[in-house]
Write a protein that binds this ligand. Structure first.
Ligand code: MRU
Length: 337
C-alpha cells in the first residue's frame, strides 16, 4: 500500500506480509479513509489466515486476527462491514479444504476491493448531475482514490463531473491536524489537472460570504439510520456555514458506510487520537510540548444540515430514515435476486 503519511513529498510503498503489519498500517494511518480501511482489513484477515501453517485451531486463529483488525480504528463503519463480511464467508465455507478456504478468503477480499471501485464510479455517475458547470466546490479531508479502492467518493463525484466536461474549481480545506486535504486531496487533484485552491480550515466562512464557494461535498465514515453523518473533524462546522449561506451540502459514500443498526449520530463512536498530532506537524513542535490537547478525529453532521447523501444505489434525500431504508431494501433485493 502507498504510504499516505509521506505524501505528497514521497511516493513510497509499504509491503505487509502479516496481519499485524496491516493492523499497524491502519492504526498509524499508512492507509486511511473509510472504504480503504475496509479493503485493507479484509486483505489483512485473508493474509493472516493464509499465513496459518495448520488447520488445527484455525477457528481460534481466525477470531484472533478478526479481533486485532477490528480494534484498529473505531469510527469508520466500512472496517467492521468488511470484517463481518469476511467472517460470514469463513463460516459459510468452513466445509472447504484448508487450502481452498484460504483461497476463498483472498477471493472475497478482492471482491470487496473491486466492488468498492464499482460503487465509487456509480456514486460519481449519480452525483455528477448535482454539480453545475462553473461550480466552486469545497471539500474537506480526502475522500478520493487514496481513501477508497479507487476513484473516490466526494472526489469521484467531482471526477465524474469533470469527465463530463464541466468546468469546476475545487477549494480544499487543509484539514488539521493530519492535513489530508493539503497533502492528499491537492496531490490527487493536481495529478488530474483539476483547478485546485488550498485554504486553511478557518477560511470557508469568509469565502462563502464572498460567493466564492458554491457548494460543499464531503465523504463519510459512518452514517446513522437517520442520516446523521460522522466524517473528518471540521465537517460539522462546514455544514453549519453552508446552511447559513444557503449552499447545498452533499455527502458521498458507499452503502458500506451506512450503519442502520444506529438510529442517530450520537451513537457513533468517535476516535480520539494521539495529542501529539495536534502539538506537532511532522515532528516540529508548534506549541508547548506538554500543553493539554483534545484530538477527536471525527465529528457528526446532523442530518437536517445535509441536502443529500449520494450512494451507489442512488441519491438519498431527507427524510433520510425513509430514503436510506428504501435504498437499503433495494440493495437487499438486488443481492437476493
Ligand atoms: O482519519 P481518516 O483520514 O481515515 O478520515 C477520513 C475521512 O474522514 C474521509 O472523509 C472519509 O473516510 C471518507 S473517505 C471516502
Amino acid at each position: 500500500m502507498i504510504d499516505q503519511r509521506k505524501l505528497p513529498q514521497e511516493e513510497t510503498y509499504v509491503k505487509c506480509r502479516s496481519y499485524e503489519c496491516v493492523a499497524e498500517a491502519i492504526e498509524k494511518m499508512v492507509i486511511r479513509g473509510a472504504p480503504a480501511i475496509g479493503v485493507a482489513a479484509a486483505f489483512g484477515l485473508a493474509l493472516g489466515f493464509q499465513n496459518l501453517k495448520t488447520a488445527e485451531k484455525c477457528d481460534e486463529a481466525f477470531s484472533k486476527i478478526f479481533l486485532r483488525l477490528s480494534e484498529t480504528r473505531p469510527t469508520a463503519r466500512n472496517l467492521f462491514w468488511a470484517l463481518e463480511r469476511m467472517k460470514q464467508v469463513f463460516e459459510e465455507n468452513r466445509h472447504l479444504s484448508f487450502s481452498n478456504l484460504k483461497k476463498r478468503l483472498v477471493d472475497e477480499a478482492a471482491a470487496i476491493e473491486h466492488e468498492d471501485i464499482e460503487a465509487n464510479r456509480k456514486i460519481g455517475f449519480h452525483g455528477k448531475d448535482l454539480i453545475a458547470d462553473g461550480d466552486s466546490i469545497l471539500t474537506h479531508c480526502n475522500a478520493g482514490a487514496l481513501a477508497t479502492a479507487g476513484f473516490g467518493t466526494a472526489l469521484g463525484v467531482i471526477r465524474a463531473a469533470v469527465q463530463e466536461g464541466k468546468k469546476i474549481k475545487v477549494y480544499v480545506d487543509e484539514t488539521r491536524p493530519f492535513l489530508q486535504g493539503a497533502r492528499l486531496t491537492c496531490w490527487e487533484l493536481e495529478k488530474e489537472k483539476i483547478p485546485t485552491v488550498l485554504i486553511t480550515d478557518n477560511m470557508a466562512g469568509h469565502l462563502m460570504q464572498k460567493g466564492e464557494i458554491t457548494l460543499v461535498i464531503t465523504g463519510a465514515d459512518r452514517i446513522a439510520g437517520n442520516g446523521d453523518t460522522a466524517n473528518k473533524i471540521g465537517t460539522y462546522p462546514l455544514s453549519v456555514l453552508a446552511n447559513e449561506h444557503s449552499l447545498q451540502f452533499y455527502v458521498a459514500a458507499p452503502f458500506s458506510t451506512v450503519d442502520l443498526s444506529l438510529s442517530e449520530g450520537a451513537q457513533i463512536p468517535i476516535e480520539e487520537r494521539d495529542p501529539d498530532e495536534v502539538r506537532t506537524i511532522r515532528d516540529l513542535c508548534l506549541t508547548l510540548p506538554e500543553v493539554e490537547v483534545r484530538n477527536p478525529a471525527f465529528d457528526v453532521t446532523p442530518a437536517r444540515l445535509i441536502s443529500a447523501i449520494i450512494t451507489e444505489k442512488g441519491i438519498a434525500r431527507p427524510a433520510f430514515e425513509d430514503s436510506l431504508a428504501q435504498l437499503a431494501s433495494e440493495r437487499m433485493s438486488e443481492k437476493e435476486g
